[in-house]
Design a protein around this ligand. Sequence first.
Ligand SMILES: Nc1ncnc2c1ncn2[C@@H]1O[C@H](COP(=O)(O)OP(=O)(O)OP(=O)(O)O)[C@@H](O)[C@H]1O
Length: 233
Amino acid sequence: MAYIEVQHVTKRYQMGETEILANRDLSFEVEKGGLTVILGPSGAGKSTILNILGGMDSPSEGAVIVDGTDIANFNQRQLTQYRRSDVGFVFQFYNLIPNLTTRENVELAASIVPDALDAADVLKQVGLGQRLNNFPSQLSGGEQQRVAIARALAKNPKLLLCDEPTGALDYKTGKQVLTLLEQASRRDHKTVIIITHNAELAKMADRVIQINDAQVRSVVDQEQPVPVSEIEW
Ligand SMILES: Nc1ncnc2c1ncn2[C@@H]1O[C@H](COP(=O)(O)OP(=O)(O)OP(=O)(O)O)[C@@H](O)[C@H]1O
């Protein structure tokens, strides 16, 4: 059994009279410790399914089996527990708390889980050992995203969900950030899912799930993923 099984997931949003079908009968699997890319154009429904996988939203129909349990049936309390302990999030726009230092941002996230990693250690791992006492506004965009990755990793989550993590970064900084996510999968055996609209980035993945117009169009396994250092876009 795969670590994650998305089974016939449909998500509808009601906007007044209009119904928006953000996900239509999605089915795919994600392997434990693998690096999966969800690829698709703007509006395809990528963030919707990532939010469902992260317990931030629930499907209208279908099952989302994570590690043997259907999170689609979770109540609010169970979803909160799942988001806290099992999932680390990385968003396009970092979402750091501006009046907390780098170290405090990471410590705050770590404080809600029992088996957290040491904040300073994780910040050193992402190359920010010298910036522990800086505030987010004193860091570059790439550095802020590395803090966000450290914050997610410090929770020691089973699953790392990344929504366009390089969307606001330049090429070189984006590569550094992707290298950290690659390392989280290849070295630390985290299950990593990255959303992108950039087909070149998909080369780094073990599995590429292409979503278009709310539906899964293809699922491709790549026997030899390309290291981030060798990808150009
Ligand atoms: N909370 C919501 N309420 C109403 N409609 C929504 C909501 N969230 C998403 N949608 C709609 O669902 C569709 C899919 O959106 P989604 O954000 O999942 O796409 P996406 O592939 O992540 O796009 P992007 O790359 O632009 O973020 C869009 O038409 C969007 O407007």
